[in-house]
Design a protein around this ligand. Sequence first.
Ligand code: PLP
Length: 444
Amino acid sequence: MSNEAQVRADDRAHVFHSWAAQGRIDPLPIERAQGSYFWDYTGRRYLDFSSQLVNINIGHQHPRLVKAIQEQAAKLCTIQPAFANDKRGEAARMIAEVAPGPLNKVFFTNGGAEANENAIRMARLHTGRHKVLSTYRSYHGATATAITATGDPRRWPNEPVAIGVVHFWGPYPYRSPFYATTPEQETERALAHLRDTIVFEGPATVAAVLLETVVGTNGILVPPPGYLAGVRALCDEFGIVFIADEVMAGFGRCGEWFAVDHWGVVPDLITFAKGVNSGYLPLGGVVISDEIAETFRERPFPGGLTYSGHPLACASAVASMQIFKEEGIIEHARSLGEDVIGPGLAELAERHPSVGEVRGLGVFWAIELVRDSAGTPLVPFNAAGAASGPMNDVAAACKERGLWPFIHFNRVHVVPPCTTTAAEVREGLAILDGALTVADGFYA
Ligand code: PLP
Protein backbone atom coordinates (compact mmCIF):
# COMPACT_ATOMS: atom_id res chain seq x y z
CA MET A 1 0.00 0.00 0.00
CA SER A 2 1.25 3.51 -0.72
CA ASN A 3 1.69 5.86 2.18
CA GLU A 4 -1.51 7.68 1.38
CA ALA A 5 -3.52 4.47 1.08
CA GLN A 6 -2.12 3.26 4.41
CA VAL A 7 -2.99 6.57 6.13
CA ARG A 8 -6.52 6.41 4.76
CA ALA A 9 -6.94 2.75 5.69
CA ASP A 10 -5.73 3.22 9.29
CA ASP A 11 -7.84 6.32 9.67
CA ARG A 12 -11.03 4.73 8.38
CA ALA A 13 -10.49 1.56 10.40
CA HIS A 14 -9.42 3.02 13.73
CA VAL A 15 -9.67 6.79 14.15
CA PHE A 16 -12.90 8.02 15.71
CA HIS A 17 -13.32 11.62 14.56
CA SER A 18 -14.65 14.70 16.37
CA TRP A 19 -18.15 15.98 15.58
CA ALA A 20 -18.61 13.48 12.73
CA ALA A 21 -20.91 10.68 11.63
CA GLN A 22 -18.07 8.17 11.32
CA GLY A 23 -19.40 6.45 8.23
CA ARG A 24 -19.96 9.66 6.29
CA ILE A 25 -16.52 11.22 6.27
CA ASP A 26 -13.41 10.81 4.15
CA PRO A 27 -10.65 12.84 5.82
CA LEU A 28 -7.95 14.15 3.49
CA PRO A 29 -4.51 12.73 4.43
CA ILE A 30 -2.04 15.56 5.01
CA GLU A 31 1.68 14.97 4.74
CA ARG A 32 3.42 18.23 5.58
CA ALA A 33 3.04 21.96 6.08
CA GLN A 34 5.10 25.14 5.96
CA GLY A 35 4.17 28.75 6.68
CA SER A 36 0.73 29.48 5.24
CA TYR A 37 0.46 26.24 3.25
CA PHE A 38 -0.02 22.51 3.74
CA TRP A 39 0.28 19.60 1.31
CA ASP A 40 -1.58 16.35 0.79
CA TYR A 41 0.07 13.09 -0.24
CA THR A 42 -0.42 13.76 -3.95
CA GLY A 43 1.69 16.90 -3.61
CA ARG A 44 -1.34 19.16 -3.86
CA ARG A 45 -0.81 22.44 -2.01
CA TYR A 46 -3.46 24.29 -0.03
CA LEU A 47 -3.29 27.88 1.15
CA ASP A 48 -4.49 27.66 4.75
CA PHE A 49 -7.22 30.29 5.17
CA SER A 50 -8.46 28.41 8.26
CA SER A 51 -5.29 28.33 10.41
CA GLN A 52 -6.64 24.79 10.99
CA LEU A 53 -9.10 25.45 13.83
CA VAL A 54 -8.02 29.10 13.98
CA ASN A 55 -4.95 28.21 16.00
CA ILE A 56 -1.84 28.38 13.79
CA ASN A 57 -1.23 32.06 14.52
CA ILE A 58 2.49 32.01 13.72
CA GLY A 59 2.09 29.72 10.71
CA HIS A 60 2.99 26.10 10.18
CA GLN A 61 6.39 24.71 11.19
CA HIS A 62 7.96 27.97 12.33
CA PRO A 63 11.64 26.88 12.57
CA ARG A 64 12.33 28.71 15.86
CA LEU A 65 9.33 27.13 17.51
CA VAL A 66 10.22 23.65 16.26
CA LYS A 67 13.78 24.14 17.55
CA ALA A 68 12.60 25.35 20.97
CA ILE A 69 10.49 22.19 21.36
CA GLN A 70 13.39 19.97 20.27
CA GLU A 71 15.76 21.65 22.74
CA GLN A 72 13.32 21.35 25.62
CA ALA A 73 12.61 17.70 24.71
CA ALA A 74 16.31 16.93 24.96
CA LYS A 75 16.42 18.46 28.47
CA LEU A 76 13.15 17.72 30.27
CA CYS A 77 10.01 16.44 28.59
CA THR A 78 7.74 16.35 31.59
CA ILE A 79 7.61 17.12 35.28
CA GLN A 80 4.43 17.14 37.31
CA PRO A 81 2.64 20.41 38.11
CA ALA A 82 3.63 20.58 41.80
CA PHE A 83 7.26 21.32 40.87
CA ALA A 84 8.55 24.69 39.74
CA ASN A 85 10.09 24.67 36.29
CA ASP A 86 11.92 27.32 34.24
CA LYS A 87 9.72 27.23 31.13
CA ARG A 88 6.51 26.99 33.15
CA GLY A 89 7.45 30.09 35.15
CA GLU A 90 8.75 31.99 32.15
CA ALA A 91 5.60 31.29 30.12
CA ALA A 92 3.37 32.40 33.02
CA ARG A 93 5.41 35.58 33.52
CA MET A 94 5.37 36.46 29.82
CA ILE A 95 1.61 35.92 29.60
CA ALA A 96 1.00 38.02 32.74
CA GLU A 97 3.19 40.78 31.30
CA VAL A 98 1.00 41.15 28.21
CA ALA A 99 -2.32 40.59 30.01
CA PRO A 100 -4.30 43.73 30.88
CA GLY A 101 -4.65 45.17 34.39
CA PRO A 102 -3.92 43.17 37.54
CA LEU A 103 -4.14 39.73 35.90
CA ASN A 104 -0.88 38.28 37.15
CA LYS A 105 -1.25 34.55 37.66
CA VAL A 106 -1.73 31.74 35.14
CA PHE A 107 -3.34 28.33 35.63
CA PHE A 108 -2.26 26.11 32.73
CA THR A 109 -4.52 23.57 31.03
CA ASN A 110 -4.27 21.40 27.91
CA GLY A 111 -6.72 23.46 25.86
CA GLY A 112 -9.62 25.88 25.76
CA ALA A 113 -12.45 23.78 27.18
CA GLU A 114 -10.46 22.94 30.29
CA ALA A 115 -9.57 26.61 30.65
CA ASN A 116 -13.26 27.54 30.69
CA GLU A 117 -14.09 24.67 33.09
CA ASN A 118 -11.51 25.97 35.54
CA ALA A 119 -12.38 29.64 35.11
CA ILE A 120 -16.00 28.79 35.95
CA ARG A 121 -14.83 26.77 38.95
CA MET A 122 -12.75 29.74 40.16
CA ALA A 123 -15.65 32.16 39.70
CA ARG A 124 -18.03 29.89 41.62
CA LEU A 125 -15.64 29.41 44.52
CA HIS A 126 -14.68 33.08 44.59
CA THR A 127 -18.26 34.35 44.70
CA GLY A 128 -19.95 31.47 46.50
CA ARG A 129 -22.62 31.61 43.78
CA HIS A 130 -23.43 28.99 41.16
CA LYS A 131 -24.99 30.45 37.99
CA VAL A 132 -23.05 31.22 34.84
CA LEU A 133 -24.50 33.48 32.15
CA SER A 134 -23.24 32.91 28.61
CA THR A 135 -24.46 33.90 25.17
CA TYR A 136 -26.45 31.84 22.67
CA ARG A 137 -24.04 32.61 19.85
CA SER A 138 -20.95 31.09 21.45
CA TYR A 139 -18.67 28.09 21.62
CA HIS A 140 -16.73 27.42 24.81
CA GLY A 141 -15.51 23.82 24.37
CA ALA A 142 -16.72 20.23 24.52
CA THR A 143 -16.23 19.23 28.17
CA ALA A 144 -19.23 19.09 30.51
CA THR A 145 -19.62 22.67 31.77
CA ALA A 146 -18.00 24.20 28.70
CA ILE A 147 -20.45 22.51 26.31
CA THR A 148 -23.37 23.51 28.54
CA ALA A 149 -22.13 27.10 28.52
CA THR A 150 -21.81 26.90 24.73
CA GLY A 151 -24.84 28.49 23.10
CA ASP A 152 -24.68 27.03 19.60
CA PRO A 153 -26.41 23.79 18.54
CA ARG A 154 -23.50 21.60 19.51
CA ARG A 155 -24.91 21.91 23.03
CA TRP A 156 -28.22 20.21 22.20
CA PRO A 157 -27.23 16.54 21.91
CA ASN A 158 -25.01 16.93 24.99
CA GLU A 159 -27.80 18.12 27.27
CA PRO A 160 -28.43 17.77 30.09
CA VAL A 161 -24.88 17.88 31.44
CA ALA A 162 -24.04 20.65 33.87
CA ILE A 163 -26.52 22.74 35.81
CA GLY A 164 -26.57 26.45 36.54
CA VAL A 165 -25.93 27.81 33.05
CA VAL A 166 -28.31 30.45 31.71
CA HIS A 167 -28.09 31.80 28.16
CA PHE A 168 -28.68 35.35 27.00
CA TRP A 169 -28.41 37.22 23.69
CA GLY A 170 -25.23 39.07 22.85
CA PRO A 171 -25.07 41.86 20.28
CA TYR A 172 -25.20 41.02 16.56
CA PRO A 173 -25.96 44.21 14.64
CA TYR A 174 -26.41 42.48 11.25
CA ARG A 175 -29.23 40.26 12.56
CA SER A 176 -30.09 42.15 15.69
CA PRO A 177 -31.97 40.05 18.26
CA PHE A 178 -33.08 43.43 19.67
CA TYR A 179 -34.40 44.91 16.39
CA ALA A 180 -31.80 47.65 16.71
CA THR A 181 -30.96 49.73 13.68
CA THR A 182 -27.66 51.25 14.82
CA PRO A 183 -24.65 49.79 16.66
CA GLU A 184 -25.27 52.24 19.53
CA GLN A 185 -28.86 51.04 19.87
CA GLU A 186 -27.64 47.43 19.75
CA THR A 187 -25.25 48.12 22.63
CA GLU A 188 -27.89 49.87 24.71
CA ARG A 189 -30.52 47.15 24.19
CA ALA A 190 -28.08 44.26 24.62
CA LEU A 191 -26.93 45.72 27.93
CA ALA A 192 -30.52 46.29 29.07
CA HIS A 193 -31.24 42.65 28.21
CA LEU A 194 -28.20 41.44 30.16
CA ARG A 195 -29.22 43.57 33.14
CA ASP A 196 -32.73 42.06 33.04
CA THR A 197 -31.25 38.56 32.80
CA ILE A 198 -29.09 39.17 35.87
CA VAL A 199 -31.95 40.74 37.83
CA PHE A 200 -34.48 38.03 36.98
CA GLU A 201 -31.97 35.21 37.61
CA GLY A 202 -31.16 36.78 40.97
CA PRO A 203 -27.85 38.66 41.24
CA ALA A 204 -26.96 36.78 44.43
CA THR A 205 -26.98 33.52 42.43
CA VAL A 206 -24.86 34.68 39.48
CA ALA A 207 -21.16 33.80 39.72
CA ALA A 208 -19.99 34.76 36.25
CA VAL A 209 -20.73 36.27 32.89
CA LEU A 210 -18.75 34.27 30.34
CA LEU A 211 -18.39 35.59 26.83
CA GLU A 212 -16.11 35.47 23.84
CA THR A 213 -14.60 38.95 23.50
CA VAL A 214 -15.04 38.66 19.75
CA VAL A 215 -17.34 35.72 19.01
CA GLY A 216 -15.41 33.25 16.85
CA THR A 217 -16.98 30.13 15.34
CA ASN A 218 -20.45 31.60 15.71
CA GLY A 219 -19.73 34.39 13.28
CA ILE A 220 -16.80 36.73 14.10
CA LEU A 221 -19.14 39.06 15.96
CA VAL A 222 -17.19 42.16 16.90
CA PRO A 223 -18.85 43.82 19.91
CA PRO A 224 -20.35 47.24 19.11
CA PRO A 225 -18.86 50.32 20.81
CA GLY A 226 -19.43 50.41 24.56
CA TYR A 227 -20.73 46.86 24.92
CA LEU A 228 -17.79 45.29 26.74
CA ALA A 229 -17.39 48.33 29.01
CA GLY A 230 -21.09 47.99 29.80
CA VAL A 231 -20.68 44.29 30.66
CA ARG A 232 -17.76 45.21 32.92
CA ALA A 233 -19.91 47.83 34.67
CA LEU A 234 -22.80 45.38 35.18
CA CYS A 235 -20.42 42.77 36.62
CA ASP A 236 -19.01 45.39 39.01
CA GLU A 237 -22.47 46.55 40.04
CA PHE A 238 -23.64 43.03 40.90
CA GLY A 239 -20.37 41.51 42.15
CA ILE A 240 -20.16 39.09 39.21
CA VAL A 241 -16.92 37.68 37.77
CA PHE A 242 -16.34 38.69 34.13
CA ILE A 243 -14.71 35.82 32.21
CA ALA A 244 -13.45 36.74 28.73
CA ASP A 245 -13.00 33.66 26.56
CA GLU A 246 -10.06 34.56 24.31
CA VAL A 247 -9.29 31.00 23.26
CA MET A 248 -9.78 31.97 19.61
CA ALA A 249 -9.60 35.77 19.71
CA GLY A 250 -6.40 36.12 21.76
CA PHE A 251 -2.68 36.09 20.98
CA GLY A 252 -2.57 38.28 17.90
CA ARG A 253 -5.67 37.01 16.13
CA CYS A 254 -7.41 40.39 16.56
CA GLY A 255 -4.25 42.44 16.06
CA GLU A 256 -3.62 42.82 19.81
CA TRP A 257 -2.23 40.47 22.44
CA PHE A 258 -5.75 40.08 23.80
CA ALA A 259 -8.91 41.18 22.00
CA VAL A 260 -10.11 43.10 25.10
CA ASP A 261 -7.17 45.48 24.50
CA HIS A 262 -9.13 46.99 21.60
CA TRP A 263 -11.67 48.35 24.07
CA GLY A 264 -9.42 48.87 27.11
CA VAL A 265 -11.64 46.56 29.19
CA VAL A 266 -10.13 44.43 31.97
CA PRO A 267 -11.96 41.17 32.76
CA ASP A 268 -11.40 39.22 35.99
CA LEU A 269 -10.39 36.04 34.20
CA ILE A 270 -9.18 35.49 30.63
CA THR A 271 -9.18 32.02 29.14
CA PHE A 272 -6.73 31.25 26.33
CA ALA A 273 -5.37 28.34 24.24
CA LYS A 274 -4.81 28.02 20.46
CA GLY A 275 -2.68 31.07 19.52
CA VAL A 276 -0.59 31.00 22.72
CA ASN A 277 1.74 28.49 21.01
CA SER A 278 -0.15 27.99 17.74
CA GLY A 279 -1.17 24.53 18.92
CA TYR A 280 2.26 23.00 18.25
CA LEU A 281 1.59 21.23 21.55
CA PRO A 282 -1.67 21.21 23.51
CA LEU A 283 -1.78 24.23 25.84
CA GLY A 284 -4.38 26.54 27.31
CA GLY A 285 -5.02 28.31 30.55
CA VAL A 286 -6.67 30.95 32.68
CA VAL A 287 -5.10 34.34 33.45
CA ILE A 288 -6.30 35.29 36.93
CA SER A 289 -6.80 38.65 38.63
CA ASP A 290 -5.00 39.36 41.88
CA GLU A 291 -8.34 39.54 43.68
CA ILE A 292 -9.45 36.08 42.58
CA ALA A 293 -5.97 34.61 43.16
CA GLU A 294 -6.18 35.95 46.73
CA THR A 295 -9.25 33.75 47.37
CA PHE A 296 -6.97 30.76 46.98
CA ARG A 297 -4.05 32.05 49.06
CA GLU A 298 -4.92 30.09 52.20
CA ARG A 299 -7.58 27.86 50.71
CA PRO A 300 -6.54 25.17 48.22
CA PHE A 301 -7.81 25.48 44.67
CA PRO A 302 -9.71 22.20 44.14
CA GLY A 303 -8.66 21.45 40.57
CA GLY A 304 -5.67 20.19 38.63
CA LEU A 305 -4.42 18.29 35.61
CA THR A 306 -1.53 15.86 35.23
CA TYR A 307 -0.15 17.93 32.35
CA SER A 308 -0.83 21.42 33.75
CA GLY A 309 2.15 23.59 32.83
CA HIS A 310 3.73 20.84 30.71
CA PRO A 311 7.37 21.85 30.10
CA LEU A 312 7.33 21.09 26.37
CA ALA A 313 4.11 23.04 25.86
CA CYS A 314 5.34 25.92 28.02
CA ALA A 315 8.68 26.01 26.18
CA SER A 316 6.73 26.35 22.95
CA ALA A 317 4.67 29.20 24.45
CA VAL A 318 7.82 31.06 25.52
CA ALA A 319 9.34 30.68 22.05
CA SER A 320 6.08 31.67 20.42
CA MET A 321 5.78 34.86 22.45
CA GLN A 322 9.40 35.76 21.68
CA ILE A 323 8.65 35.25 17.99
CA PHE A 324 5.54 37.44 18.28
CA LYS A 325 7.61 40.24 19.79
CA GLU A 326 10.74 39.98 17.68
CA GLU A 327 8.99 39.47 14.36
CA GLY A 328 6.32 42.15 14.91
CA ILE A 329 3.50 39.65 14.34
CA ILE A 330 0.81 41.53 16.27
CA GLU A 331 1.44 44.71 14.25
CA HIS A 332 1.49 42.66 11.04
CA ALA A 333 -1.86 41.05 11.93
CA ARG A 334 -3.39 44.45 12.59
CA SER A 335 -2.22 45.96 9.32
CA LEU A 336 -3.16 42.84 7.35
CA GLY A 337 -6.73 43.34 8.56
CA GLU A 338 -6.84 47.08 7.98
CA ASP A 339 -4.99 47.26 4.67
CA VAL A 340 -5.54 43.94 2.92
CA ILE A 341 -8.24 41.59 4.25
CA GLY A 342 -10.88 44.19 5.17
CA PRO A 343 -10.61 46.20 1.93
CA GLY A 344 -10.26 43.00 -0.13
CA LEU A 345 -13.44 41.48 1.31
CA ALA A 346 -15.33 44.78 0.95
CA GLU A 347 -14.38 44.75 -2.70
CA LEU A 348 -15.67 41.18 -3.11
CA ALA A 349 -18.93 42.20 -1.42
CA GLU A 350 -19.43 44.94 -4.00
CA ARG A 351 -19.22 42.46 -6.85
CA HIS A 352 -21.00 39.45 -5.34
CA PRO A 353 -24.66 39.87 -4.37
CA SER A 354 -24.44 36.71 -2.23
CA VAL A 355 -22.16 38.50 0.25
CA GLY A 356 -24.56 39.92 2.84
CA GLU A 357 -22.05 41.32 5.29
CA VAL A 358 -18.30 41.62 5.83
CA ARG A 359 -17.02 42.00 9.37
CA GLY A 360 -13.90 41.45 11.44
CA LEU A 361 -10.57 42.83 12.60
CA GLY A 362 -6.95 41.69 12.58
CA VAL A 363 -6.87 38.29 10.87
CA PHE A 364 -10.34 37.40 12.15
CA TRP A 365 -12.94 38.03 9.42
CA ALA A 366 -16.17 36.55 8.13
CA ILE A 367 -18.48 37.05 5.21
CA GLU A 368 -22.12 36.01 5.51
CA LEU A 369 -23.58 34.46 2.40
CA VAL A 370 -27.23 35.15 1.66
CA ARG A 371 -29.73 34.08 -0.96
CA ASP A 372 -31.74 37.30 -1.37
CA SER A 373 -31.77 41.02 -0.65
CA ALA A 374 -33.62 40.36 2.62
CA GLY A 375 -30.46 38.62 3.86
CA THR A 376 -31.92 35.11 4.13
CA PRO A 377 -28.92 32.92 5.05
CA LEU A 378 -27.68 30.80 2.16
CA VAL A 379 -28.14 27.68 4.30
CA PRO A 380 -30.14 27.13 7.48
CA PHE A 381 -28.39 26.32 10.72
CA ASN A 382 -28.17 22.59 11.36
CA ALA A 383 -27.55 20.69 14.56
CA ALA A 384 -24.20 19.30 13.42
CA GLY A 385 -22.89 22.82 12.89
CA ALA A 386 -21.61 21.77 9.50
CA ALA A 387 -21.89 23.44 6.15
CA SER A 388 -24.52 21.93 3.91
CA GLY A 389 -25.78 22.11 0.31
CA PRO A 390 -24.65 25.35 -1.34
CA MET A 391 -21.97 26.01 1.28
CA ASN A 392 -20.40 22.64 0.51
CA ASP A 393 -20.30 23.71 -3.14
CA VAL A 394 -18.53 26.94 -2.15
CA ALA A 395 -16.06 24.95 -0.04
CA ALA A 396 -15.43 22.53 -2.91
CA ALA A 397 -14.83 25.42 -5.32
CA CYS A 398 -12.20 26.83 -2.92
CA LYS A 399 -10.48 23.49 -2.39
CA GLU A 400 -10.34 22.69 -6.12
CA ARG A 401 -8.43 25.93 -6.60
CA GLY A 402 -6.01 25.23 -3.70
CA LEU A 403 -7.60 27.26 -0.90
CA TRP A 404 -8.56 25.66 2.42
CA PRO A 405 -11.43 27.71 3.85
CA PHE A 406 -13.08 27.78 7.28
CA ILE A 407 -16.81 27.46 6.68
CA HIS A 408 -19.53 27.42 9.29
CA PHE A 409 -23.24 27.55 8.48
CA ASN A 410 -23.70 30.38 5.93
CA ARG A 411 -20.34 31.99 6.58
CA VAL A 412 -16.86 31.85 5.14
CA HIS A 413 -14.41 32.84 7.86
CA VAL A 414 -11.20 34.38 6.57
CA VAL A 415 -8.75 33.41 9.29
CA PRO A 416 -5.28 32.73 7.86
CA PRO A 417 -2.19 32.65 10.09
CA CYS A 418 -1.18 36.06 11.51
CA THR A 419 2.11 35.61 9.62
CA THR A 420 0.47 35.30 6.19
CA THR A 421 1.89 37.79 3.70
CA ALA A 422 -0.21 40.37 1.88
CA ALA A 423 0.55 38.56 -1.39
CA GLU A 424 -0.72 35.25 0.04
CA VAL A 425 -3.90 36.92 1.28
CA ARG A 426 -4.47 38.36 -2.20
CA GLU A 427 -3.89 34.90 -3.71
CA GLY A 428 -6.56 33.50 -1.37
CA LEU A 429 -9.03 36.31 -2.01
CA ALA A 430 -8.70 35.77 -5.76
CA ILE A 431 -9.65 32.11 -5.28
CA LEU A 432 -12.52 33.10 -3.00
CA ASP A 433 -13.67 35.52 -5.69
CA GLY A 434 -14.08 32.60 -8.10
CA ALA A 435 -15.82 30.43 -5.49
CA LEU A 436 -18.32 33.18 -4.71
CA THR A 437 -19.75 32.95 -8.21
CA VAL A 438 -21.04 29.55 -7.02
CA ALA A 439 -22.85 31.27 -4.14
CA ASP A 440 -24.16 33.97 -6.50
CA GLY A 441 -25.80 31.15 -8.50
CA PHE A 442 -28.19 30.55 -5.57
CA TYR A 443 -29.07 34.25 -5.21
CA ALA A 444 -32.54 35.23 -6.38
N1 PLP B 1 -13.49 28.72 23.44
C1 PLP B 1 -13.50 29.17 22.18
C2 PLP B 1 -13.88 30.59 21.90
C3 PLP B 1 -13.15 28.33 21.12
O1 PLP B 1 -13.17 28.78 19.87
C4 PLP B 1 -12.80 26.99 21.42
C5 PLP B 1 -12.43 26.06 20.33
O2 PLP B 1 -12.63 26.30 19.18
C6 PLP B 1 -12.81 26.56 22.75
C7 PLP B 1 -13.15 27.46 23.74
C8 PLP B 1 -12.44 25.14 23.11
O3 PLP B 1 -11.08 24.96 22.98
P1 PLP B 1 -10.48 23.46 22.89
O4 PLP B 1 -10.98 22.87 21.64
O5 PLP B 1 -8.99 23.69 22.92
O6 PLP B 1 -10.95 22.75 24.10
